[in-house]
Design a protein around this ligand. Structure first.
Ligand code: S5P
Length: 265
């Protein structure tokens, strides 16, 4: 797949979504393709982590619905940290309903996701109309401030996201280029469009097997060189380590070296 060897500068200029362009800029400036999954139940702990590893990451991924102490005031605090350390916030909501419902889940409720998320994940399962309409009509402000990240393939054992599903989802994602900034996958998509960004979760340097509950792991180098990851998503491999800053630096170095090697080869 030629897309894998295109420079980040070139990819930035072919990107069709402002959030994808911003993310390419951050990757280049910070020499980082690290996204950390801050899966804590305490928002204070998420903020503390973000303050310490902020300079090393380009995206902080959260699951807002596992936070026991969520308030919009604390989200404001996290947004401040994101602004000063220059990283994006991804809400891993994995929307998977009809557009009308997803639209309400995105803008409404207690979490007000559209107020603060730079990126939000969604399954292509409900079909292309959901993707096109999830943020609202084509004049909606959210289209410029938030990018959809489509879950084309999952990292788990026996996932139903087979190659046909991923291919169809990728096709729909490409048709909605004003909504979709990237995708989550375990292998590069068929398309050679290089303006969107591949996120690959299931990355852990310490565990080659998985978590005994279906999660499967590979190393940062394997994710980038063999699976096509532009950005590696690291959760427990980092957040449970005793020195998160040193661990973040290790993942950043290894991930970035692999990406540079892939592009120049
Ligand atoms: O296929 C997927 C998609 C995602 S977004 N597999 C995943 O594991 N994820 C997310 O990545 C998951 O929800 C979690 O937040 C993170 C992986 O965490 P880890 O602790 O296993 O590294």
């Amino acid at each position: 797949n030629p897309r894998l060897h295109v420079s980040l500068d070139e990819r930035r200029s072919s990107s069709k979504h402002p959030v994808a362009s911003r993310l390419f800029d951050l990757m280049i400036a910070k020499k980082s393709n690290l996204c950390v999954a801050a899966d804590f139940s305490s928002f204070d702990e998420v903020i503390k982590l973000a303050e310490s590893i902020g300079p090393k990451i380009v995206v902080l991924k959260i699951h807002v619905d596992i936070l026991e102490d969520f308030t919009l005031a604390k989200m404001k605090q996290l947004k401040k940290v994101a602004k000063s350390h220059e990283f994006l916030i991804m809400e891993d909501r994995k929307f998977a309903d009809i557009a009308n419902t997803v639209h309400q889940q995105f803008h409404g409720g207690v979490y007000q996701i559209s107020e603060w998320a730079d990126l939000v994940t969604a399954h292509p399962l409900p079909g292309p109309e959901m993707i096109t309409h999830m943020f609202g009509d084509s004049s909606s402000d959210s289209r410029d401030t938030c990018g959809c990240v489509l879950i084309l393939e999952m990292s788990t054992k026996n996932a139903l996201t087979n190659p046909d599903y991923a291919k169809e989802g990728a096709k729909w994602g490409l048709m909605a280029s004003d909504v979709v900034a990237g995708f989550v996958a375990q292998s590069p998509p068929d398309s050679d469009f290089s303006g969107w960004i591949q996120f690959t979760p299931g990355v852990n340097s310490a565990s080659k097997t998985g978590d005994s509950k279906g999660q499967q792991y590979c190393s940062p180098a394997e994710a980038v060189l063999e699976r096509g990851a532009d950005i590696i998503i690291v959760g427990r491999g980092l957040i449970n380590s005793s020195d998160v800053v040193a661990t973040a630096e290790n993942y950043r170095t290894e991930g970035w070296a692999a990406l540079t090697q892939r592009i120049t080869n």
